[in-house]
Ligand binder design. Structure first.
Ligand code: PXL
Length: 277
């Protein structure tokens, strides 16, 4: 069993089962040391609540980085998600350059959009900054909407494989590493996660559940990072992360009152079994 030191940089949504409140338990359940750098603190996530509070923590980044540098702290992987602001993207880029160990993996989930729209508070400058971070990554994990914003390709609700090929070809001009596009649907029964690596494409096909939930992108990415850093192949890590995410949704879908996230905790034993450590 591997035991890697992974830094994850994303927000704390105090309630909402997304970003750090899923990344920390999921990556820890995958048996890694999980270090966190909170990008912002929000009272809830921004999807479906109104009047949430937001405190951008960019101002803390330089001194935290300097302290870690002084202590000789470095990481086997740095995994980023929802960031607080465009300015913070520059700090994160600097953290990539200074705190990664030799052969460390940089994994960027450009968590900024879904269903054809940017999340509240993000604009074109933020998208540009996120494209820059993706250019420094070994692995990027956009959904279809994020792939569209990153590449300037028009968002479509329904599409064919040629459209996904176009997104991958444009994304590969931005990121020389592995591109993993999530939530690719050609019909209403199945969902694909498409892995594009060195000019080759491999889809992992799983069940599609008609209802969508906030935070499932973060759950997928966190489980992927945990499994991949355990030495699973890219495909096996995608399979484990997809199956786990589907189980989280299935465990939640019948509970109308639980609309804001998924009960990812109840499927953690299953994730651990799939890892077969
Ligand atoms: O799951 C993505 C996410 C993360 N963090 C915050 C969000 C969202 C999606 O809405 O609002 C604060």
């Amino acid at each position: 069993m591997a035991y890697k030191r992974i830094l994850t940089i994303q927000d704390i949504s105090c309630l909402g089962q997304c970003s750090l409140t899923v990344a920390l338990p999921i990556i820890s359940a995958c048996s890694h040391e999980t270090c966190i750098l909170p990008s912002a603190v929000l009272s809830t996530h921004t999807g479906g609540f109104s009047g949430y509070t937001v405190n951008d923590l960019s101002g803390d980044f330089p001194s935290i980085k300097e302290h870690w540098l002084k202590e000789g702290i470095s990481f086997d992987a740095i995994y980023t998600g929802y960031l607080g602001s465009t300015q913070q993207i520059e700090y994160v880029s600097d953290i990539f350059d200074t705190l990664k160990r030799k052969d460390a993996k940089i994994i960027v989930d450009p968590a900024m959009a879904d269903n054809g729209k940017l999340y509240w508070g993000f604009d074109d400058e933020y998208v540009k900054g996120m494209a820059y971070l993706c250019s420094k990554a070994d692995i990027i994990l956009p959904n279809i909407t994020e792939a569209c914003f990153l590449t300037g390709v028009e968002y479509k609700e329904s599409y064919d494989k040629a459209y996904v090929d176009l997104l991958i070809s444009k994304l590969s001009e931005i990121c020389k590493g592995t591109i993993i596009i999530t939530g690719v649907c050609y019909d209403d029964k199945e969902m694909n996660v498409v892995i594009a690596d060195n000019g080759e494409q491999t889809p992992y096909v799983h069940r599609r559940i008609s209802k969508s939930f906030h935070g499932t992108g973060d759950i997928f990415s966190s489980a992927f990072v945990g499994a991949y850093m355990q030495g699973k192949s890219m495909f096996d890590a995608v399979q484990i992360a997809s199956d786990y995410t589907v189980e989280c949704i299935e465990n939640t879908v019948d509970d109308e009152s639980h609309w804001y996230g998924t009960k990812f905790e109840t499927a953690l034993p299953s994730l651990i079994r799939m890892l077969d450590l």
